[in-house]
Design a protein around this ligand. Structure first.
Ligand code: G
Ligand code: G
Ligand code: NA
Ligand code: MN
Length: 251
């Protein structure tokens, strides 16, 4: 109840920020993108993790308003970086399926124009651990978004339900292998890591492995053919200024 109350004014009081966690291409040995991650500092509660407040905001519907702020903020930021980004560099933005509706792609298209951001530089991350992904309309909404040239990432792959039917039915371009599989070295996790890459390749999708925390994990994933990696070993989520500095080394 407390989080809910504090959340209700957080957008207008400007209490949110976005952090950017780099995603590396280990073949080309460079940053290929970043995930925008929401950060909330509340005077009373202190720093509250999205894993705590996003579920609350989804339940109350506050995520719609918060999600609008996130999208706008991320696009404004990308517009400032736009000249430094080539067309393969992608900033991915988490959205809750609750935010989607028939007019979403149209709104997004208007915002891209307004901020002068290329759709090619934007991806939306949706998590499959949400039964909304079975909604029939969702397919059309996602197809409309994909038609803009915005990419779609299936987040936390392997932890939710109906993973395989989601891959088959929805127009995702990229799967993000959940950090629970990269974090622990076990026989079954190695099997899942290999199978996910094979499956994604067969479906013509790319894979990003999340939660890469150690050199061992990095080396192991790379040798298994994983090209795109994200995690604390490579970089923590960075404040906007710090990420900006990475984009223009030496500047
Ligand atoms: O950064 P952290 O590990 O606390 O993120 C936890 C969860 O919150 C992740 O599942 C992430 O996808 C989600 N999350 C982070 N930022 C956003 C956001 O801007 N919108 C939504 N809907 N979820 C977010
Ligand atoms: O659900 P989602 O995959 O979007 O969650 C992303 C969350 O994971 C972010 O909150 C981010 O801070 C966190 N994260 C990023 N890299 C690592 C990592 O290497 N290890 C762990 N445990 N968490 C990470
Ligand atoms: Na995410
Ligand atoms: Mn994820």
């Amino acid at each position: 109840v407390h989080i809910r109350q504090r959340l209700s004014r957080a957008v207008e009081l400007n209490k949110f920020t976005l952090a950017y966690q780099p995603i590396y291409d280990v073949c080309e040995n460079r940053i290929r993108g970043a995930e925008a991650l929401l950060r909330w500092h509340d005077e009373e509660l202190g720093q509250v993790a999205p894993s705590e407040f996003v579920p609350v905001a989804e339940e109350t519907g506050q995520i719609v308003n918060i999600g609008k702020w996130v999208l706008k903020q991320a696009l404004k930021q990308v517009s400032q970086w736009q000249e430094k980004l080539d067309h393969t560099f992608t900033i991915s933005i988490n959205i809750s399926p609750i935010q989607l509706h028939a007019g979403f792609s149209n709104d997004l298209s208007q915002m891209l124009k307004k901020y002068g951001v290329s759709a090619a530089n934007i991806a939306l991350e949706l998590t499959e651990s949400c039964n909304v992904l079975n909604n029939q309309d969702l397919r059309y909404w996602l197809e409309d978004i994909a038609k803009l040239g915005v990419k779609l990432y299936l987040d936390d792959f392997g932890t939710g339900y109906s993973s395989l039917s989601v891959l088959h039915n929805l127009p995702f371009h990229v799967v993000k292998l959940d950090k629970s599989f990269t974090g622990t070295d076990s026989e079954s996790n190695r099997t899942i890591i290999a199978a996910t890459l094979a499956l994604a390749k067969a479906l013509n999708m790319a894979v990003i492995a999340e939660g890469v925390e150690t050199e061992n994990q990095y080396t192991s994933l790379q040798s298994q053919g994983y090209r795109y990696l994200q995690g604390y070993y490579l970089s923590r989520p960075l404040r906007q200024e710090c990420f900006s500095a990475l984009l223009s080394p030496g500047a």
